[in-house]
Design a protein around this ligand. Structure first.
Ligand SMILES: [Zn+2]
Length: 217
């Protein structure tokens, strides 16, 4: 009854193209399930990261969807992204012990009000029944990596930005690191370096989408 009322008041929409969903459709409309640009497993590589996967390529409706999510007008997308990421992770990645994420800084958290990647980690954790723990802190706001052109600039920009909170919770663990978008892999690589230095056994990585064609090595 309450579910029907909610459905009448807030009809469900496709998270990519925002068309209304039919009764038998969840998260995505039939057309977007066919058309959305799937991430080809193996396309991205990043130093220190054993395997990388993502749901889509970061383009068109996928890009617009993630921007609505990031800037807070579609926070509920976390659950849909979480379901789609969980399927991809189960298909592409080996077993792991704990899920963590590339966090935003305390300052950014105050202005934005939520950590969009933490919400994703919690949604993936619920789907896979594997704990999500905050293992990293971001100490300062670097420039947005998207404004930098070369891999070397991006690498320098994230170096020393993340720190392990408690190595005792990392040592010997196979860690799945999450982010919303992977571009050059500089952030993934730097977070993985910090996790491995703190004693992690392996670091895998998953994102909602992968941008661009360059790989960071
Ligand atoms: Zn759609």
């Amino acid at each position: 009854m309450i579910a029907r009322l909610t459905e009448l008041l807030f009809p469900r929409k496709c998270i990519l193209c925002r068309s209304f969903l039919g009764k038998d459709e969840t998260d995505l409309c039939r057309q977007c399930r066919i058309d959305a640009p799937e991430y080809p497993f193996g396309k991205k590589k990043a130093t220190h990261v054993s395997e990388i996967t993502a749901v889509w390529m970061y383009d068109g409706d996928v890009r617009r969807s993630i921007q609505r999510y990031k800037f807070g007008t579609a926070r509920h997308y976390a659950n849909a992204y979480g379901r789609l990421m969980a399927m991809r992770i189960q298909r592409d990645l080996p077993e792991f012990d704990v899920i963590t994420w590339a966090p935003i800084s305390a300052g950014r958290l105050r202005t934005r009000g939520f950590d969009q990647v933490e919400l994703l980690a919690k949604a993936v954790s619920a789907e896979l029944d594997i704990p999500a723990e905050k293992l990293l802190n971001k100490f300062r706001d670097n420039r947005a990596n998207s404004g930098l052109s070369t891999p070397a600039e991006r690498r320098a920009n994230v170096l020393g930005v993340y720190k392990a909170i408690d190595p005792d919770r990392i040592r010997g663990k196979r860690v799945l690191l999450l982010d919303d978008v992977i571009t050059t892999g500089a952030t993934a690589s730097e977070c993985a370096r910090v996790l491995l230095t703190a004693g992690a056994e392996k670091v895998y990585f998953a994102a909602v989408a992968a941008a661009g064609t360059t790989s960071y090595k």
